[in-house]
Write a new protein. Structure first.
Ligand SMILES: Cc1cc2nc3c(=O)[nH]c(=O)nc-3n(C[C@H](O)[C@H](O)[C@H](O)COP(=O)(O)OP(=O)(O)OC[C@H]3O[C@@H](n4cnc5c(N)ncnc54)[C@H](O)[C@@H]3O)c2cc1C
Length: 642
């Protein structure tokens, strides 16, 4: 029987050795406080259950979805009388998911779920995406939205959670969560508008309050995945902004929960939010991408007004992790199709997988998938730990010392998740496109026909670097966090650079020396960027060592002027950061499990020359284009035109 979990050695490695299940099971099971009830009494018991779920899911997607992926792609979804209608096959798949209770895996038991860790849920997402990414995308808007409702309620303080058992006695959107957990509803995330995608400061939908304090949302949203769902987390403007401050746009946003329709007992639907269109897309055909019109739609404010951007970041962090796993599934599918084809197709006396270039393509794909999976699992672990520990602190009874210790732990998990998540989203999405394209190339002329899978994978993959924050936005976020961190604490940066240099020369482990050398190259690129960036701001600083920079440096930044050079090179920087992060993670794995050294060596072989090239580009190019973009150049061009 086909099983996408059992046939994947790398996933099995993580499940058996590469995940700290003790921490995850303990926090998810609230220190096994409900062992006498429905909960587990030990990590072993919990992990046996997690394995059962992933194995069942691996078989389900391999047998019930994968064989139909071409049909799902060919049929798409229908838009009939203002409603999205899934074709029979897709509707049947989601009916089975509901029957198997797979919609509600991570939702707590007391709210109708199975209380599985997010890690298990995301691993399943990878498996499902390998079968069909568009089906996975829709599936993600069930438990994903229910969990967002729970986390938002906990954050705004509207949940009553037992401090000892961690059980949720009451939570603000309990009915919504239970309805989603039962498989009868799902939700979506409504951010994008016709005039505002990456630039959220330009969002125009408004949230308004009537004299009785009731909220209503008015505006248009576009490109909303699974926008035919019942529950919408909508971001809208509630506060006036300073028109002279281009950075003020994010401050006036608030988050709302809007119910899009109501069905009566007879199944008749009254729509509160209208579906205006369903996009005809290049790929992702089994997923409905909707346009929506809100006309004074009754809404519930989440948290306080003006906090919308913060809530949206929480939602988006999880969504970006989800896309990371989604891309992994697609890459896995592309790689496996290529391996199978190349092992059968003959050319010039041997199968093409024996030809050097093709063999290298295949090995590169495998290596990159393994590197991305290392980032995905690590980012997911830290995100889940930080969110669940934060809940424990907020609602638990930890005592002062334990509370302080836990807060430090949360910060450490948050920092790691925050650092790796944009790298994961960027790498996984860009590589999904590359892997699909390489798979098509390996299939030759057949790859260009609809008889073979890669053309579908290419079409499906192309959206990955666009949604949930484009690749360029991920690069900017990573760059700002990295350089901002150095500017805030230059001494710590100097120490890190010195340590990396020292380890690159002195470590007894040759692999550690190579990883440290890679880090040195990445840190040198950061140093160059920060010197150029700071040098633009404070004249004369470029000649001073970073460790001697004054406080003045951290004041009065103008992101547009000061970061221009770094923005130009942000994508090169994120590539360096990603390669280095993967190397560090694989090194840690290989120190515990020597069999992982081989994966690290394959990664280093590719990352080392790439890093030198990127550093060269960062240190030797860019000024000509920046001069061309400068306000002075723009002015002289316009004067010349006059
Ligand atoms: C299939 C699909 C599903 C989607 N699902 C959802 C959903 O569920 N919910 C939702 O709210 N949205 C969704 N979106 C919208 C998606 O998130 C946006 O399309 C995306 O954020 C980009 O915004 P945009 O299309 O307005 O492009 P723009 O923001 O106009 O960007 C155009 C190009 O300019 C680049 N760019 C923009 N600003 C900068 C900058 N400062 N520096 C460098 N480059 C820049 C971008 O990277 C991009 O390459 C979906 C889109 C698609 C196609």
């Amino acid at each position: 029987m086909a099983n996408f979990f059992k046939d994947n050695d790398d996933l099995q490695y993580y499940f058996d050795k590469g995940i700290d299940w003790d921490s995850l099971a303990q926090i998810t099971e609230h220190d096994f406080a409900d062992a006498d009830g429905e909960g587990f009494s030990s990590t072993e018991e919990a992990v046996d259950f997690y394995r059962e779920i992933v194995e069942m899911f691996g078989q389900f997607v391999a047998e019930e979805i994968k064989p139909h992926e071409r049909e799902i792609d060919a049929n798409g979804v229908n838009f009939v009388d203002g409603e999205v209608v899934f074709p029979e096959r897709l509707a049947g798949i989601f009916k089975k998911i509901k029957e198997l209770d797979l919609h509600h895996l991570p939702i707590p038991r007391e709210l109708g779920g199975m209380n599985a860790p997010m890690m298990v849920y995301f691993m399943n997402s990878e498996l499902m995406a390998r079968a069909d990414v568009s089906a996975m995308a829709h599936h993600g808007f069930h438990a994903g939205i229910a969990m967002a409702a729970l986390v938002f309620s906990a954050l705004e303080g509207s949940s009553d959670i037992d401090p000892v058992t961690g059980q949720i006695n009451e939570t603000r959107w309990q009915k919504v969560i239970e309805e989603i957990a039962s498989g009868d509803a799902w939700g979506c995330m409504d951010i994008t508008e016709p005039g505002a995608g990456s630039d959220m400061g330009a969002l125009r939908a408004v949230g308004e309050q009537d004299a009785d304090g009731n909220w209503f949302v008015t505006g248009e949203k576009i490109f909303i995945t699974s926008g035919h769902g019942k529950y919408h987390f909508v971001i809208a403007r509630t506060e006036d902004i300073d028109p002279d401050d281009p950075m003020d746009g994010l401050n006036g946003l608030s988050m709302f929960l809007v119910k899009a329709y109501e069905d009566d007992a007879g199944g008749n639907r009254t729509r509160i939010v209208q579906l205006s269109r369903v996009e005809e897309k290049l790929g992702h055909h089994g997923s409905a991408t909707c346009g929506l019109v809100f006309d004074k739609a009754p809404a519930e404010l989440v948290g306080e007004r003006g906090e919308g951007f913060q809530y949206m970041l929480t939602l988006m962090n999880n969504a970006r992790l989800g896309v990371g796993f989604e891309c992994l599934g697609l890459s896995e599918s592309a790689h496996r199709a290529a391996v199978e084809y190349a092992s059968e197709r003959g050319s010039m006396g041997k199968t093409i997988d024996r030809h050097e270039m093709i063999a290298e393509y295949l090995e590169t794909m495998q290596t990159e998938i393994q590197g991305i999976r290392a980032m995905a699992v690590t980012a997911c672990f830290h995100e889940e730990m930080s969110q669940k520990l934060a809940l424990a602190v907020r609602h638990g009874d930890l005592g002062e010392t334990e509370q302080k210790r836990t807060e430090r732990l949360i910060k450490s998990h948050q920092n790691k998740a925050r650092r790796i998540t944009p790298l994961l989203k960027y790498f996984a999405a860009e590589k999904a496109v590359e892997h699909a394209r390489t798979s098509l190339q390996i299939h030759g002329g057949n790859g260009y026909t609809t008889d073979y899978l890669p053309e579908k994978l290419v079409r499906d993959a192309l959206v990955m670097p666009i949604y949930e924050g484009t690749s360029q936005i991920q690069a900017l976020m990573a760059m700002k966090d990295t350089l901002g961190g150095i500017i805030k604490n230059p001494q710590a940066f100097v120490r890190r650079l010195a340590q990396a240099r020292w380890r690159s020369l002195s470590s007894r482990n040759p692999l550690e020396r190579r990883v440290a050398q890679l880090q040195t190259v990445s840190l040198s690129a950061q140093q160059h960027l920060v010197l150029r960036t700071a040098g633009n701001k404070v004249k004369g600083l470029r000649r001073k060592p970073i460790g001697e920079w004054s406080d003045e440096l951290t004041k009065n930044w103008n992101p547009k002027r000061d970061f221009a050079f770094a923005m130009l090179h942000a994508e090169r920087l994120i590539q360096l950061l990603g390669d280095t992060t993967i190397a560090v993670l694989l090194l840690a794995q290989s120190e515990k499990h020597p069999e992982r050294a081989e994966v690290l060596e394959r990664h280093l072989e590719r990352a080392e020359p790439r890093a030198r090239y990127l550093l060269d580009q960062i240190t030797s190019t860019g000024q000509r284009l920046l001069d061309k973009l400068s306000p002075e150049a723009a002015e002289s061009t316009s004067q010349a035109a006059e």
